[in-house]
Design a protein around this ligand. Structure first.
Ligand SMILES: [Zn+2]
Length: 254
């Protein structure tokens, strides 16, 4: 089947003597891998140099029994050149790509994740509110992929939480004070942090960027999100440590 789609380059690697494999996040097909035959021998064979995170229009032959598809045409549409000169923003973009790469199964279409990546890369160019942008991206990715924490009630007894709430990575959401003894590693969480997460999960991209986040909530939100990701994705993100350092260095600009 011949397919055409727009797609963001997540990763490339050399393949055999003259070819390359690129992993894209595409709008209609989700995460896909494409083979670029002969691109290293003749870089002008395709109208794109497969720059990291560039948006391309691709035409590929979709095989039925393989996850590696032959790309016949690839036209560069848009790049994010600011990433080349801004190491902090490059680090944040790298983290978000790693998150999408790890969390999304191969060829599972989610056009909203594609739009989220494009919105994130567009917004990253013109903002210094880096924490908010990254937390927003993480929460929306978790929600769209079905990995979001349960915050609407106590995940154990299902009752609504009237008083102090506790966040449990093991249970994947909130526990009430009565049920908090079920996970000795759960931590108390501010009502403002819960409200912020729910707002970021449920609002559209422009609205979520307009929210002001208090420093105390910002700090707790970052800690909660990274421990949740590490616990549930069963891997330490390579870029998460770098990301924390980058965000810390920019802590006064949020
Ligand atoms: Zn409970």
């Amino acid at each position: 089947m011949i397919c055409r789609d727009e797609a963001i380059v997540l990763m490339t690697r050399d393949f055999r003597e003259t070819s390359k494999i690129a992993v894209f996040y595409s709008k209609k097909f989700g995460k896909i891998s494409g083979l670029f035959k002969g691109i290293r021998k003749d870089p002008r064979k395709f109208a794109s140099n497969l720059e990291f995170l560039s948006i391309n229009e691709i035409i590929f032959y979709k095989k039925r029994f393989s996850e590696l598809h032959l790309v016949s045409q690839c036209d560069f549409k848009k790049g994010f050149s600011y990433l080349e000169s801004d190491i902090v923003k490059f680090g944040l973009a790298n983290f978000c790509v790693e998150l999408v790469y790890s969390i999304m199964p191969q060829e599972d279409a989610h056009p909203e994740i594609y739009d989220l990546l494009v919105n994130f890369l567009d917004s990253l160019e013109n903002t210094n509110l880096l924490q908010k942008l990254v937390y927003n991206f993480i929460l929306k990715t978790l929600t769209l992929s079905g990995f979001q924490p349960h915050l609407e009630s106590c995940i154990s007894c299902k009752k609504s939480i009237e008083n102090q709430a506790f966040f449990s990575n093991r249970f994947g959401g909130l526990l009430c004070s009565k049920c908090s003894c079920r996970d000795e590693q759960c931590e108390s969480v501010l009502a403002g942090t819960i409200a912020t997460i729910l707002f970021l999960q449920n609002s559209n991209w422009p609205d979520s960027l307009r929210l002001d986040i208090l420093p105390s909530i910002d700090k707790q939100l970052g800690k909660l999100l990274f421990s949740f990701l590490n616990f549930h994705l069963e891997k330490k993100f390579k870029s998460a440590k770098v990301l924390n350092e980058l965000l810390d260095r920019n802590v006064n600009i949020c």
